[in-house]
Design a protein. Structure first.
Length: 104
């Protein structure tokens, strides 16, 4: 598996809108993949903060779903979803998709 054991994905996502504002999921850190069983299937754990909007940010932490093969036939990606922390009296739901990791 080599480098595959240490790969990362960038996340791109957005929260739902609450009180006329939303946040981007863009300031998150990843850890090494967590492998599920004997195959190459795995998930990732992320933690960090949302973008600043309406004078505040939220913290996030989430696991991705399992690896999904890219339509191009080379690489994979993950879906993710979750809830932010409660800041300024509210939470946000979020969901997104990682970029494609290719072994090439």
């Amino acid at each position: 598996m080599g480098d595959y054991c240490r790969h990362e994905h960038d996340c791109c996502g957005v929260t739902d809108c609450y009180c006329n504002h939303c946040h981007r999921i863009d300031d998150v850190k990843s850890h090494d993949p967590i492998f599920l069983g004997k195959h190459c299937d795995h998930v990732h754990f992320y933690h960090g903060k949302t973008s600043k909007s309406d004078k505040h940010r939220h913290s996030v932490c989430f696991y991705t779903g399992p690896a999904l093969p890219a339509a191009c036939g080379n690489g994979h990606y993950h879906y993710y979803y979750g809830l932010t922390t409660c800041n300024d009296g509210h939470i946000h739901y979020f969901r997104g998709i990682t970029d494609i990791y290719s072994c090439d």
